[in-house]
Design a protein around this ligand. Structure first.
Ligand SMILES: [Zn+2]
Length: 65
């Protein structure tokens, strides 16, 4: 077991291929995959719930009987 190297293994979040620790685009394998991941955020693939605005709350709360 001589000469064992410590290798950091990271998988590209976009295409899942192994990325070497020396890759400047870590954890992505390439600038392209980095952009694809950013694009997911921009297109709403990751949905962040936003609180209703005060105007919406007021409209929903009307109960006139
Ligand atoms: Zn990739």
């Amino acid at each position: 077991m001589a000469g064992e190297k410590r290798v950091i293994r990271v998988s590209c979040p976009t295409c899942k291929i192994p990325v070497s620790a020396e890759n400047p685009d870590m954890p992505f394998c390439s600038p392209r995959c980095r952009l694809i991941d950013l694009g997911k955020w921009a297109s709403g693939a990751y949905v962040i719930s936003e609180p209703l605005s005060d105007v919406d709350k007021n409209n929903v709360d009307i109960e006139d009987d």
